[in-house]
Design a protein around this ligand. Structure first.
Ligand SMILES: [Zn+2]
Ligand SMILES: [Zn+2]
Length: 144
């Protein structure tokens, strides 16, 4: 990570009204560099960058960043919550039932919310959050 990259992370935290700490910068950096990581993996990546960090501190930082819109939390049914740095584009996910692999898939059609329920029940809808379940290429192959 370059110095300017670290500055961007700090600026994003500050711009979202969050206090900038070395731990938070490391956590945000780990989420952005990763691919739908769970909390354990994020804690591991952040510890590689700043040393000791409690799991509780990681949870709290992720909670604050999710609330601030800096990271997105996805919760595929039956698997631990995952976090990603790709926010605000209403993308969806492909999830593997067997190994838990998660992959991004762009908006189903057009712009957010990109699909409409049969009835909106009077709601003003601004997002659709879809998980497509199946088997990833590794799990589909007969040898795997
Ligand atoms: Zn799989
Ligand atoms: Zn994603």
């Amino acid at each position: 990570m370059t110095a300017s990259g670290t500055q961007n992370l700090a600026a994003d935290l500050r711009g979202s009204g969050l206090r900038v700490t070395a731990a938070r910068v490391a956590i945000l950096e780990t989420v952005r560099a990763g691919d739908h990581l769970d909390v354990e993996a994020i804690a591991g990546g952040a510890r590689d960058r700043v040393g000791h960090l409690s799991l509780q501190a990681v949870y709290e930082a992720l909670h604050a960043m999710t609330a601030a819109g800096l990271v997105r939390r996805i919760e595929p049914a039956g698997s631990p919550a995952r976090f990603e740095g790709r926010v605000g584009d209403n993308h969806h996910h492909l999830a593997c039932r067997r190994c838990g692999a998660i992959q991004d898939v762009d908006c189903v059609v057009g712009h957010a919310p990109c699909m409409r329920p049969i009835t909106d029940a009077g709601f003003l809808i601004d997002e659709a959050d879809v998980t497509f379940w199946g088997l990833c290429p590794d799990c589909r192959s007969p040898s795997g």
